[in-house]
Write a protein that binds this ligand. Structure first.
Ligand SMILES: [Zn+2]
Length: 227
């Protein structure tokens, strides 16, 4: 699994006994392509070429400075706030008007991001639970055992449904977007109770449950690069 230079970037090809290819960009900019072991190197590189536009936009996002300094944009429930840093022994976050005031003992990124993420997590539980319970009421006619709700901070997914454990998992980062988008994700996961795959029947169900889902999906896709 050698790492080599390709198009000016570090690339790693990983051969496995898998059906599909997976392309990942690591935080340090390494392009990782996991592919079926019978796929030739030239074909794997061709796939990278094909997705180069996407790779470039992801790389650009990585190099975007996000040092959590004064004036940075902070998203909460679909609103954009300006960040204010206050050096203080007492750790806390206060939202006043259009500002998020972050009280931190040190002006260091690692400390500030920890404080901010802990705050997001704390905010997310009651907010997401409330939206979830409202949605469960909307499907009371389904006569199902309501799935349990779990929270996780995830990088790649907004939510998931586990049939075996009958659990809906929601990404705590959803607290950054508006409640319409939160509802769309909840509706999406609840539809998986009835339809395992993203079949046309699945989308028919989603349209019945949350008719404006396409709007929210578009908005979320757009926001994903910012939040
Ligand atoms: Zn799904």
């Amino acid at each position: 699994m050698e790492i080599f230079e390709y198009r000016g970037m570090q690339v790693q090809l990983i051969a496995k006994t898998i059906k599909h290819c997976y392309l990942r960009i690591k935080p340090d900019g390494l392009i990782m392509l996991t592919h079926n072991k019978w796929v030739k190197k030239s074909a794997a590189l061709e796939l990278i070429d094909k997705n180069w536009g996407l790779i470039e936009s992801k790389l650009a996002k990585l190099s975007k400075p996000n040092d959590l300094s004064l004036g940075n944009e902070i998203y909460f429930l679909g609103e954009c706030y300006k960040l204010n840093i206050i050096l203080d022994k007492k750790i806390k976050i206060e939202v006043i008007d259009n500002c998020v005031h972050l009280f931190t003992p040190k002006d260091e990124f690692e400390i500030k991001i920890k404080i901010l993420n802990a705050w997001y997590l704390q905010q997310s539980k009651p907010i997401l639970t409330k939206q979830y319970e409202t949605y469960l009421n909307n499907i009371s006619h389904w006569k199902i055992i309501p799935p349990m709700i779990r929270f996780r901070t995830m990088k790649r997914r907004w939510g998931s449904y586990n049939k075996t454990t009958n659990t809906v998992t929601l990404n705590t980062n959803l607290v950054k977007v508006n409640t319409d988008i939160i509802d769309y994700i909840i509706a999406h996961e609840l539809c998986h109770i009835r339809h395992f795959n993203h079949s046309s029947a699945f989308y028919d169900e989603l349209t019945r449950l949350h008719p404006t889902w396409r709007e929210q999906k578009l908005e979320l896709d757009f926001l994903s690069s910012k939040i």
